[in-house]
Design a binder for this molecule. Structure first.
Ligand SMILES: O=c1ccn([C@@H]2O[C@H](COP(=O)(O)O)[C@@H](O)[C@H]2O)c(=O)[nH]1
Length: 271
């Protein structure tokens, strides 16, 4: 998918919502535990109930890796289901990878080529040669962690190195890397006040914004400072949507929550 196609989806659906698929077997409805693949059944029901309200799905791989081989199998089934039934959805493997070059190339192969996700989240800490193998994959996106939503973001990311905040150096430097047109960035919704500065450095890039919903970030604040003329934002919510109910009505309630966010997005887009 190209960013133009993503923008067209946003316009069509009046939504820039990404639904996070962070499946925890202790939180999903009991009746699903009797099925052969509860994680996939849960994801499938959530996708079926919400796909017209969002433009992206973001499975966080930790929630699959935690269940070993079975979990990997559920992740593969989930991405296959999305690619076959909803190819218009932008898919994000929230895996936060990044290693020496030949290892990063294997991560890129696994997530962007074999599993065929549209994008993967990558940590910038190991620098250019750890990120460029992801950027080399044609027609795919590398979503670089810039300023994360957690408290620990202040430990390093906002610290000054040579009088410039580290997250700003990450943004500036990454623009010089080969195939940097394939970059998007992660900035947490809990850091809305930073978006003005961030947009000065990356005015046109898409930004994946986790941290609304369960983490308390404000959608309106993020949009006020972070939106560009092509929207340029994918705002993710995971727990607040997928765990809206732990009963048999979980998919229906997830839809209700997603609809609330979509309506707020529609209002913002119409302004
Ligand atoms: O800075 C970051 C980067 C990634 N995440 C991930 O996004 C979701 C958020 O889930 P919620 O339930 O909506 O809080 C989750 O997968 C995180 O690992 C993030 O929160 N912040």
């Amino acid at each position: 998918m190209t960013t133009q196609q993503l923008y067209e989806q946003i316009q069509q659906k009046k939504s820039f919502l990404s639904v996070g698929l962070d499946v925890d077997l202790t939180k999903i409805p009991q009746h699903l535990l009797a099925t052969e693949d509860p994680i996939f059944e849960f994801n499938k029901a959530i996708i079926d109930a919400t796909h017209d309200l969002c433009v992206a799905y973001k499975p966080n791989t930790a929630f699959f890796e935690a269940y070993g081989l079975k979990g990997w199998h559920s992740l593969e089934k989930t991405i296959q289901y999305l690619n076959q039934k909803h190819p218009e959805q932008f898919t994000i493997a929230d895996a936060k990878r990044g290693d020496i070059g030949n290892t990063s190339a294997m991560y890129a192969k696994a997530f962007l080529q074999d599993m065929d996700f549209d994008s993967i989240t990558v940590a910038p800490y190991m620098g250019k040669d750890s990120v460029e193998p992801f950027l080399a994959v044609k027609d795919k996106f590398t979503i670089l962690l810039a300023l994360t939503s957690n408290e620990g973001a202040f430990d390093f990311q906002t610290k000054k190195v040579d009088s410039v905040e580290l997250y700003k150096t990450v943004l500036e430097t990454s623009k010089t890397w080969k195939n940097s047109e394939n970059l998007m960035y992660v900035v947490g919704a809990t850091k809305a006040e930073y978006f003005t500065e961030i947009r000065k450095i990356i005015p046109d890039s898409f930004i994946l914004v986790p941290g609304v919903g369960a983490q308390g970030g404000s959608l309106r604040e993020v949009c006020k400072y972070g939106m560009n003329d092509k929207v340029g934002l994918l705002v993710n919510s995971s727990r607040a949507i997928i765990y809206a109910s732990s009963g048999e009505d979980f998919a229906e309630k997830a839809r209700e929550e997603a609809l609330k966010v979509q309506k707020e997005m529609e209002e913002i887009l119409n302004k």
